[in-house]
Design a protein around this ligand. Structure first.
Ligand code: DND
Length: 243
């Protein structure tokens, strides 16, 4: 889809600003050299990638990204909205442009959060292997990449495309999520040793928030306030994204 038609001047101004700030953050991240700035806590620079449908992005996603960033000393977390998620063919997904713009609004005020258009600008299915390879190429081997997922997503990971190759490019941070037991990861015989060795489990403050519930609430005229950033809520209303 092309850029949605403007419906609200204040929101458009916020989006324009968010897009500019996001571009600056990316430029800065790309120009940072290893070892520059504060004395690094780790031998290699660390950058997190968090892929998701983000339909819509909410505080569960943001707390996961922020906690992982802090606990593992990542310089930044790049949120990557899926263009065409391979695992969600059975349901209608909101337009990628809306999901991207909501992610921009949600991350604008955090200097360590960025949003990438990589998956939404590509044709075909969005596979994590392609995304991680892309960032590996951009940042080079001196940067350690961490792919951040919730418990539900990581429990499905053996079904992802080329998962054995994927683990050679990044580590995984699997965060806790209400309703999903991360301990199943260790007892799941399908998850192989190599993957487990590259996966760090992380307990985060429990937020039983889900995009599905938010979409249902909007459809039923129930409140979504305080489940997601105010500007994202405003965006869903202004563009009638879930009506
Ligand atoms: P979702 O559609 O589950 O994202 O996709 C997660 C990632 O998996 C995306 O990057 C997909 O491309 C990738 N994937 C899936 C399947 C196959 C392949 C790749 C492949 O390459 O073959 P959501 O928008 O639903 O959620 C984003 C993330 O946030 C997820 O990891 C989810 O578990 C997590 N999350 C929470 N974590 C803690 N507390 C909460 C959460 N809500 C969502 N309340």
């Amino acid at each position: 889809m092309n850029k949605p038609e403007p419906v609200n001047d204040r929101l458009e101004a916020a989006l324009k600003k968010a897009e500019q700030v996001n571009a600056q953050k990316m430029e800065q991240l790309l120009s940072t050299r290893a070892g520059s700035g504060d004395r690094p806590r780790f031998a290699r620079r660390r950058i997190g990638i968090m892929g998701g449908t983000f339909d819509p992005i909410h505080y569960g996603h943001l707390v996961a990204a922020n906690t992982a960033r802090f606990e593992f000393g990542m310089e930044a977390v790049i949120l990557v909205p899926s263009g065409r998620p391979p695992h969600k063919e059975e349901r209608v997904i909101s337009d990628p442009e809306h999901r991207y713009r909501m992610a921009l609004l949600a991350t604008f005020s955090n200097p360590h959060f960025l949003v990438s258009r990589f998956e939404i600008d590509r044709e075909g299915y969005s596979y994590t292997i392609d995304t991680v390879k892309h960032f590996k190429e951009i940042f080079g081997s001196e940067v350690a990449l961490f792919f951040i997922t919730g418990a539900d997503a990581v429990l499905e990971i053996m079904t992802w495309k080329n998962v054995h190759e994927l683990v050679t490019y990044c580590s995984f941070v699997a965060v806790s999520r209400p309703g999903f037991n991360l301990m199943h990861l260790n007892s799941n015989s399908e998850i192989d040793e190599k993957l487990l060795a590259r996966t760090r489990l992380l307990e985060i403050p429990a937020l039983a928030i889900s995009s599905t519930d938010i979409r249902n609430r909007v459809a039923q005229n129930r409140p979504i306030q305080y489940l997601l950033p105010e500007k994202v809520e405003e965006y869903t209303r202004a563009f009638g994204v879930y009506k």
